[in-house]
Design a protein around this ligand. Structure first.
Ligand SMILES: Cc1cc2nc3c(=O)[nH]c(=O)nc-3n(C[C@H](O)[C@H](O)[C@H](O)COP(=O)(O)OP(=O)(O)OC[C@H]3O[C@@H](n4cnc5c(N)ncnc54)[C@H](O)[C@@H]3O)c2cc1C
Length: 402
């Protein structure tokens, strides 16, 4: 079996997380690295394509640019049964198509000097005292001082770190269609929670997409098991309510694990980023998250190479303290409240929909114009208002559902 020369870093996966790690390593002067990608590029990825959160800051920090077609959406419409409210976002969310977006991110890091190995998958890794050995499906062994798992939901690095720990995944499905007869303006993202009373713990979406297309989808939080056929039926029902008649075939689904601040995301010589480390539990988003993780990971790897200390003991704490980790931890708590089993979700949904400030706060979080984790006083004030107003709001919620 062929064994290659020792690299400083091997990054598994050439999605947004892998591209971000590569860009950061280059900024830090690390050049002895390669990205290993299972598929030939460009490869597609089921996704809503919304560049939410602090994507803009991540691009700027990484010296990358958004060079592909995108639709700016400066407003979001939230629906629940008969209730509907549109909120303005201080910054538009850009909606991209992943096949173009991911290919261009990789093109940018290649232009800067990154080596990308395509159509070769990591199958097994062994951590030795001085290096990590990664065996691939081409029967060779790549060796690196550090391996970064940017290899998505089925990450072999995540499996290595988490052992047999089992968590139920979020389930997401999406479908892309010509915009056709959609009643939704091309500058608006729709988030529809109308299926919550039927047991769906999450929302359906309808986003404008480049090329006069729309992207529809559903995210279900794992409070309760729901099968794919039911999720797809709900997705189509809710799209139909907005004038979009989606064909029965063509949706793509994907299980994804939510970020858990207590879960292991690093070990000596190993780090995870992006979906391998966990997505946003409330929204199911992860593109900006992957890029923000990539910045922290790139910095830690560069420091480890300088100091020859490959323990990565501080990585989990650094992620937790970064804006991305604080937002993910807060969203995890909010998801536990809003998407819980039983009837308690009604309390929180009534707060979200009928408080004068909560949707605005969340819109600012989605557009990346504010850090929600810094708004705890405002959130606490909203909770206090809810204590006084909850009965009336629960009646309003019941009326919206009727
Ligand atoms: C239906 C759906 C809708 C979504 N909508 C949104 C949205 O609107 N906005 C948002 O921000 N996020 C959204 N997300 C989440 C988002 O798609 C992910 O969070 C994002 O792709 C994470 O990037 P990543 O680089 O970590 O992983 P990925 O994009 O999955 O990239 C991982 C890469 O690793 C490669 N790979 C895997 N295993 C190996 C291996 N063993 N060896 C070599 N290479 C390997 C894969 O081929 C892939 O190219 C959505 C997800 C789904 C499923």
């Amino acid at each position: 079996m062929a064994v290659t020369a020792l690299l400083d870093v091997l990054v598994l996966g050439a999605g947004p997380a892998g591209a971000a790690v590569a860009a950061r390593l280059l900024q830090r002067g690390v050049t002895s690295f390669a990205l290993l990608e299972r598929y030939a590029l460009p490869r597609d990825k089921p996704c809503g394509g919304g560049l939410t959160g602090h994507a803009g800051e991540a691009f700027a920090a990484l010296g990358l640019a958004l060079r592909v077609p995108h639709v700016p959406a400066p407003r979001a419409r939230v629906r629940f049964g008969r209730f509907e409210r549109t909120v303005e976002m201080a910054r538009p969310v850009d909606v991209i198509r992943r096949v173009d977006f991911d290919a261009d991110l990789i093109a940018q890091v290649r232009e800067q000097g990154a080596e990308v190995i395509e159509s070769e998958a990591a199958e097994r890794l062994v951590v030795r005292a001085d290096a990590v050995e990664v065996t691939t499906n081409r029967g060779r062994t790549l060796r690196a001082r550090v391996v970064v798992g940017a290899d998505g939901v089925a990450s072999i690095v995540r499996k290595h770190l988490a052992g047999n720990a089992k968590a139920l995944p979020h389930r997401l499905y999406m479908q892309e269609l010509p915009a056709g007869g959609s009643a939704v303006p091309r500058d608006t993202m729709v988030y529809d929670f109308s299926a919550m009373p039927d047991g769906i713990r999450g929302y359906t979406w309808l986003f404008p997409a480049p090329g006069d297309r729309i992207n529809i989808g559903i995210m279900h939080y794992p409070a309760d098991r729901r099968g794919g056929p039911e999720l797809l039926r709900r997705m189509r029902e809710r799209s139909l309510a907005l004038g979009v008649d989606a064909p029965a075939k063509g949706a793509l689904g994907w299980p994804v694990w939510g970020y858990d601040p207590r879960a292991p995301i690093a070990a000596p010589r190993l780090l995870t980023v992006g979906d391998a480390a966990g997505i946003d539990g409330l929204t199911g988003e992860g593109i900006a998250v992957a890029m923000e993780h990539g910045i922290v990971a790139g910095d830690h790897v560069a420091r480890a190479l300088e100091s020859a200390d490959f323990a990565f003991g501080g990585y989990r704490r650094a992620i937790r303290r970064a804006v991305v980790g604080r937002e993910l931890a807060l969203d995890r708590q909010l998801a536990h409240m809003l998407y819980q089993r039983g009837d308690k979700w009604r309390e929180w949904m009534a707060l979200v929909l009928f408080d004068p400030d909560v949707l605005e706060m969340y819109a600012a979080r989605v557009s990346g114009s504010q850090v929600l984790a810094d708004q705890k006083l405002r959130l606490a004030r909203a909770m206090l208002r809810h204590v006084v107003k909850r009965r009336g709001r629960l009646r309003e919620l019941a009326a919206a559902m009727a």
